[in-house]
Design a binder for this molecule. Structure first.
Ligand code: ATP
Ligand code: MG
Length: 437
């Protein structure tokens, strides 16, 4: 990620992390490498991830390790190992790189970034609602709420799911030869995932297949209708999608995805649900759990896409709207300090120190390497800075600095360092807020 991309990426990440902190979720930092077995058990043998996407290597003593393809399994492993799941509740989030051997394309990479949140110890739908509210706040914080839609479904309890699985296999087995290749394989090891197939012939066969909602038991229906009721009361719009399933067998009850149509094929920007079966499957006591994982790369792309359009329409800077235009990330510095004479460099360093202390959040670059004013100003322009500070003999003698406005037709002005700080505090606030530094 080159500097301009990294600036935009951090801006988006910061906004999202602030939302999680506002819900008092706590950060957990997980290792990049875990025992391979954690994922084959925790994600499931019959999933795309474990079947064909993991980067697995042998340690020097022959232990099989895997670069984490997702965060949930590691999160459960860590909390359990430290006795933080039994008889208590946890609300945590993680952020970082994940690795999957995929066919790289726009929005799909082999090293990608997720922000995930997980809540443990809550059986009711209130926490499912909370996780959805966090998503709503994410999109608002980035000004992309008009471009993302929520889809929800329920898988019912573990028993309902098992019964459905049997019914689906009974229906599809005689039709096996008409299914696409991947679905034929899944018929044996992960049949519910067939509902996810993009193959038109398979989808046609599925139209007469038993429907998951018909198998959801009373407990599952109660959980789901409470979820729906709360979303309605809170004015959260959603679309019910009975075909929405998650790849992993331990998912139960609520599943949801936030989807955008602004990114082409890779439209799911955040996916989650309830996975009451996972902790037990990883050797702990049964513990209700729910969470989501957000694809940060895709969210950054979405952010860029949406604000590029806004910028073209010229309304990117409405008051109180923190969503910066895509162009705001082009600048590497806000202020560029030019110093004419070698003899004045130390004086310039002192003044620059003073500015940095007085103007936290502003990026102030001091020219290095000498040279003529003209070439220094060229560097200032390239840095994207809004202001150049000029320090010459006259300025040093009078303890003043001259400010040149690089992006507007305003005459050069002279300030004492203190007055300059006051001036920039007034004028740079918008820049700092927009960038979120
Ligand atoms: P997909 O169907 O797109 O492969 P998935 O079901 O494998 O998604 P999850 O494991 O649910 O994805 O991961 C949660 C989110 O992480 C996805 O919704 C997506 O936004 C993001 N994501 C997953 N894989 C990648 C990838 N290879 N590159 C970029 N983002 C990804
Ligand atoms: Mg995938």
């Amino acid at each position: 990620m080159l500097p301009e991309d990294a600036r935009r990426w951090h801006y988006v990440e910061n906004r999202l992390l602030r939302v999680l902190l506002s819900y008092a979720y706590e950060e957990i930092q997980l290792p990049l490498l875990e025992a391979t077995e954690l994922f084959s058990r925790g994600v499931g043998e019959a999933t795309d991830i474990v079947e064909k996407e993991m980067y697995t290597l042998a340690d020097r003593d022959g232990e099989s390790l895997t670069l984490r393809p997702e965060g949930t399994a590691g999160c459960v492993r860590a909390l359990q190992q430290h006795g933080l799941l039994f008889n208590q509740t946890q609300r945590v989030f993680y952020t970082g790189a994940m690795f999957r051997y995929e066919r790289p394309q726009k929005g799909r990479y082999r090293q990608f970034y997720q922000i995930g949140a997980e809540a443990f110890g809550f059986a009711g739908p209130d926490v499912d609602v909370e996780l959805i509210l966090i998503g709503r706040d994410f999109w608002q914080a980035l000004g992309v709420e008009e471009h993302v839609e929520l889809e929800i479904n329920t898988l019912g309890s573990g028993t309902a799911r098992a019964e459905y699985r049997e019914a689906l296999v009974a229906y599809l087995t005689p039709l096996k030869n008409e299914l696409d290749e991947a679905s034929q394989r899944r018929l044996d090891n992960n049949p519910i995932r067939i509902l996810d197939s993009k193959d038109p012939a398979t989808q046609a066969l599925l139209s007469d297949a038993p429907k998951l909602p018909e198998f959801v038991d009373a407990e599952g229906r109660a959980h789901y209708s409470e979820l729906i009721e709360r979303l309605d009361q809170l004015g959260i719009s959603y679309r019910e999608n009975p075909g929405l399933v998650r790849g992993l067998d331990y998912y139960t009850h609520t599943v949801f995805e936030w989807i955008t149509t602004s990114l082409g094929a890779q439209g799911t920007v955040c996916a989650g649900g309830r996975f009451d079966g996972l902790v037990e499957r990883l050797g702990g006591r049964p513990t209700p759990a729910a969470g989501f994982a957000l694809g940060l790369d895709r969210v950054v792309l979405l952010y860029q896409e949406v604000h590029k359009t806004l910028h073209r329409q010229g309304n990117n800077r409405t008051e109180g709207n923190f969503a910066a235009a895509a162009d705001d990330f082009a600048a590497a510095a806000d202020v560029y300090v030019c110093v004419m004479a070698e003899a004045d460099v130390v004086w310039a360093m002192r003044v620059t120190d003073q500015l940095r202390r007085g103007l936290p959040g502003l990026r102030i670059r001091l020219h290095a390497g000498g040279g003529k004013l003209k070439s220094q100003l060229k560097r200032a322009d390239l840095s994207g800075a809004t202001w150049a500070i000029l320090i010459g003999e006259e300025e040093v003698r009078t303890s003043q600095v001259a400010v040149k406005f690089l992006r507007e037709e305003t005459a050069q002005q002279a300030f004492s360092p203190e007055a300059l700080i006051e001036f920039l505090q007034k004028h740079a606030v918008a820049a700092i807020q927009v960038r979120g530094t």
